[in-house]
Design a protein around this ligand. Sequence first.
Ligand code: SF4
Ligand code: SF4
Length: 104
Amino acid sequence: MKITLRKAAEVMKVSVEEVRKMESMANSMCNCTACSTYRNVFKKGKDDYYIAYCFITNGKSMKITDEKQCICPNCPVFAKFKFTKTFYCTRGSELQQLGKISTT
Ligand code: SF4
Ligand code: SF4
């Protein structure tokens, strides 16, 4: 479930442009496509509509429901933002799991 850049900027107290840059960085560094939870749903050559589920603008996948393994703790985005949760694709972004923004 995605939220808008404007809403994300309000929550993070940064500019829309800064959110856009962070989102782009997270998308480019995301390791989800190597994860068995992801690959169980999206077979070779097929990918989700969006990725970097941990990031505030993204959140849960609309397709992934079964949790197998989560490799987020090994991802550079996870380290960069000092994230603490896992299974963002099924449970929502870091801020959603922390209850800081709505999951719907
Ligand atoms: S922490 Fe997980 S969801 Fe976030 S960018 Fe990395 S692999 Fe993707
Ligand atoms: S959020 Fe975690 S469990 Fe979901 S696809 Fe990414 S690495 Fe796998």
